[in-house]
Design a protein around this ligand. Structure first.
Ligand code: BT5
Length: 269
């Protein structure tokens, strides 16, 4: 179910128990002429996709949600919508998890509050980490429709009950973190914070505010990074995220390099 604020703002939701890919469903509907502001949400995907043709594992009980937007005017800074989604998801998780920590008694056996609570951070460009392990991923897709309008799909996958093992980096789930929320509860919180964040984004100076909030939650600022780009690997220090959402890396020679797209690895490996 959608929270009241989302219904009031004109959003709808189409739910699935299991589907190939919510991004694929949303894009198909958009290309067929649907007007958008529709969430496609599923408990399971059989052909979930990540970026650059990679696969996204979505076993039953996890959340797969894709928001389809067909804006009247071409949106400025399309890539920025991934940041809106990151901040919205971060906000939703932050609201859910303190309550979870208290209810679940994971705040520390010695009674100290918050000790065992996972630290949620955003990893450029589109991951959500909990204690350094991947908890969620975001996939932004856009296509031009026959009528000239842009179809935008923002896909968000959250590991609620299970995370894959054997990846080259650690992954985790809300369940493994000790939080009792099911996928519908996570979806509701996300849909609610999306409304808030997207309104901020669309209101003039709001883009800066979203990027600032993203930067405040960024993982790895000041750390050594290796950025995989089509033309090779760039190594350096992750300095910051600039106001356009670029990753700023300072290399050995002190050059500051702004990166618009790539995969980031922390550390020197
Ligand atoms: C992403 O890609 O992180 C974007 C994932 C977006 C998934 C959502 S679910 C709703 C919507 N519908 C879809 O079909 N997709 C979207 P990327 O950064 O490329 O990460 C993919 C890589 O993460 C894979 O190559 C694996 O190494 C790893 N991976 C796969 N499944 C994972 C999972 N459940 N949790 C953590 N890591 C995973």
């Amino acid at each position: 179910p959608l929270p009241k604020s989302a219904v009031k703002a004109g959003y709808r939701v189409i739910g699935f128990d299991s589907v190939g890919s919510t991004n694929a469903e949303a894009m198909k509907a958009a290309m067929a002429g649907d007007a958008g502001k529709i969430w496609y949400a599923a408990l399971q995907q059989t052909e979930g996709r990540g970026r650059r043709g990679r696969a996204w594992e979505s076993p039953h009980g996890n959340l797969a949600a894709s928001l389809m937007l067909v804006p009247d005017a071409p949106p400025a800074g399309l890539a920025g919508l991934g940041f809106v989604a990151g901040v919205a998801l971060n906000t939703a998780l932050a609201r859910l998890m303190p309550a979870a920590a208290i209810r679940n008694g994971i705040d520390g056996a010695d009674g100290t509050a918050g000790d065992a609570r996972a630290r949620i951070a955003l990893k450029w460009p589109n991951d959500v980490l909990a204690d350094g392990a991947k908890l969620a991923g975001i996939l932004l897709e856009a296509q031009k429709r026959p009528d000239g309008r842009a179809a935008i799909v923002i896909g968000i996958g959250v590991n609620v009950v299970a995370a894959p093992e054997g990846l080259p980096y650690p992954a985790t789930s809300l369940k493994a973190l000790g939080t009792p929320f099911d996928a519908p509860a996570v979806f509701e919180a996300l849909a609610e914070s999306w409304v808030e964040c997207y309104e901020i984004w669309n209101n003039g100076a709001g883009t800066g505010q979203i990027i600032r909030r993203w930067r405040e939650s960024a993982a790895g600022i000041g750390a050594e990074v290796a950025v995989q780009r089509p033309d090779g690997v760039l190594r350096g220090i992750f300095e910051t995220i600039d106001d356009a959402g670029h990753l700023i890396v300072r290399d050995d020679e002190g050059h500051r390099i702004a990166i618009a797209a790539g995969d980031v690895h922390f550390g020197t490996t």
